[in-house]
Design a protein around this ligand. Sequence first.
Ligand SMILES: *[C@@H]1O[C@H](CO)[C@@H](O)[C@H](O)[C@H]1NC(C)=O
Ligand SMILES: *[C@@H]1O[C@H](CO)[C@@H](O)[C@H](O)[C@H]1NC(C)=O
Ligand SMILES: *[C@@H]1O[C@H](CO)[C@@H](O)[C@H](O)[C@H]1NC(C)=O
Ligand SMILES: *[C@@H]1O[C@H](CO)[C@@H](O)[C@H](O)[C@H]1NC(C)=O
Ligand SMILES: *[C@@H]1O[C@H](CO)[C@@H](O)[C@H](O)[C@H]1NC(C)=O
Ligand SMILES: *[C@@H]1O[C@H](CO)[C@@H](O)[C@H](O)[C@H]1NC(C)=O
Length: 671
Amino acid sequence: MTFSGWILALCLVALKGQSHATQAEEGAGSERNCTIVPPYLPPTAINTTRRLHELRAVMKTHSISAYIIPGTDAHLSEYIAPRDARLAWMSGFTGSSGTAVVTQDKAVLWTDSRYWVQAERQMDCNWELEKDISISSITKWLIKELNEEDQVGFDPFLFSVDTFDAYNNNLAPAKRNLTSIPDNLVDQIWATRPSLPPDNLTRLPDDFIERTWQMKVDLIRAQMMNNPYKPTAVLLSALDETAWLLNMRGNDIPFNPFFYSYTLLTLDEIWLFVHTKRLTEEIKVYLNSSCTLSYCVQLFEYETVREHLKKYLTEPSVRVWVGTEYTNQALYELITPEEKLLQSEYSPVLTTKAMKDETEQKILRAAHIRDAVAVMQLLYQLERTVPEGMETELTAAQLVNEYRSMQKFSRGPSFETISASGPNAALAHYSPSNETARKLTTDEMYLVDSGGQYLDGTTDITRTVHWGSPTDFQKEAFTRVLMGNIEISRTIFPAGTRGVNMEMLGRRALWEVGLNYGHGTGHGVGNYFGVHEWPVGFQSNNIPFQQGMFTSIEPGYYRVNEFGIRIEDVAVIVPAKTMYGNNYLTFDTVSLVPYDRKLIDTSLLSPEQLQWLDTYYLTIRSTMGPELKRQGLTEIYNWMMDNTEPFLKTGSSAAIPSISLLLLLLPIALL
Ligand SMILES: *[C@@H]1O[C@H](CO)[C@@H](O)[C@H](O)[C@H]1NC(C)=O
Ligand SMILES: *[C@@H]1O[C@H](CO)[C@@H](O)[C@H](O)[C@H]1NC(C)=O
Ligand SMILES: *[C@@H]1O[C@H](CO)[C@@H](O)[C@H](O)[C@H]1NC(C)=O
Ligand SMILES: *[C@@H]1O[C@H](CO)[C@@H](O)[C@H](O)[C@H]1NC(C)=O
Ligand SMILES: *[C@@H]1O[C@H](CO)[C@@H](O)[C@H](O)[C@H]1NC(C)=O
Ligand SMILES: *[C@@H]1O[C@H](CO)[C@@H](O)[C@H](O)[C@H]1NC(C)=O
């Protein structure tokens, strides 16, 4: 895919607030003022004078005129561990999106509009803020500031192949030369850099595994052998690639059960790069349990990956298959000459992983059932405590985390809960802090976007509710968002259809009245993995939909300074029976929490949409009923029953104009 496509995808993700970045600083203190003497610095600003001085000294030893500091890690992870927060340490700025450039006399941060205020509060006057995030803006600046033949240093581990190309394509014609420095310069001066988490790596329980790691190795090797370019090895760089292949998990990244790793999988060997001291004897046995030649996992230290890849590449007639989206430039640049490289957008592991096997589907559904219990408990509880003035955005976020933690196999939240009331819900990526948390009241709409990690699955769900009297406009907007969710969910499509080609179904009801939303419509989720599991989803760089994929469906609507609406469910792609065709698919929603009835204007829904809703509610009853009883949650059970009353048979249908009621009763009478 193209670079701009990826950036667009990232921006869409970011806009939605899927970055789930903490905004603790927002609302706290004030902004710096560098134009007065002495400058005004808020207490939240970090003094970076000394760090910059030290970095510049190291830069001189490498004869570079500028150094680029991205905000990602060597695996191009969405969430990074504290030890990878180099950008934050250098600049003070802790937002989840940004790039810094340091020269001998300037230090500049590029970030997008979500973070401008935060940057002004966190940076001292050593730093300039560029209100842009595009690479062309950074390279233009570099060309302006530097002379021809000047060297621009960068850490190739922190650049994807595409990112590197984008920089290089802009800088090379202007004769500014990118210099790859694999030893990160910030790390060299960051004395207090956090160490690795002490946790040992774990393996998934047998109950949750259908394909052993040996079977998965076979699967990938078969794809290598069937590939016309005859790759001899696959290089795995994204953290979920090695974890998936070996059915292992770790705890290195907040909210994500990943561990630092690379794998070089050849036709007869498996080279695993990890911090080997974190492997227990049990895991070592697990990895060597069938140690015939081609199923021996050979262990190497994480830091030696370049060395060993180089060594492999000296062998004759080898060819390494990489997925360019998640391979860093540090590894990619070693794979020369070109005959030794086979590249695709995604590695065969990522495309294979996207389709869950029977067991993975079963346990991911089971995780969503337990997760729905926690979300229902939250909504039930808030209905009681909000009118008494007892809740804030923060207490509600804590509540849902607590309810989740009481469910079996719980491993904490899958991202920082977005718990947003009134105007806060209209902010792109809001998570409450002590300073910003609004009291929840019956006068405002409330949006809660949250998810859990469980040993068997990862969840992500958004519900929007109103405890008082919503305005007609709020009801209409909510209903149109719901219509978008339903229209996608009930679509029948040929296998292999791309999400991007159906995502407008999620917007159509909004577009009809001139409303829209500025974020993506959905993303894959994993089995105890990332809450955004690419490359599944509705983005232009996502792979075609196939049976067994899980994706979120999440249209929304945001009214600045007033309210925000999002309705997000996770659905699995299942076969659809059609009258004439074979190989058609549809979505089966696995998030099982009813929508706020008060916000639904049934007169806007088509008969098919109402019918879909009733069928969904029947599924909630038949699935959640027994589970709530099993957990002894009678009050929640009653709440669930009340909130899943069919629309087509009860009093609510009175809201439907009699003509359309007639029309829709006709086909139903025939069922
Ligand atoms: C900085 O302070 C000066 C003097 O009070 C004021 O005129 C200016 O607008 C301030 N600049 C910013 C960025 O706040
Ligand atoms: C920042 O730290 C440097 C030395 O590390 C010191 O000289 C300077 O006064 C500090 N700046 C401010 C604004 O405190
Ligand atoms: C850039 O600089 C590096 C290191 O000095 C050098 O090896 C490389 O050939 C240069 N590349 C270009 C395109 O000038
Ligand atoms: C990790 O495993 C090693 C080797 O088995 C053991 O010595 C160590 O105590 C374990 N560490 C933790 C945090 O469990
Ligand atoms: C498995 O056994 C091989 C050969 O003895 C050894 O090189 C390798 O390090 C072992 N791997 C693990 C995970 O213990
Ligand atoms: C809010 O403040 C309390 C008490 O000072 C503190 O314990 C808590 O960590 C803070 N929470 C957040 C989200 O900042």
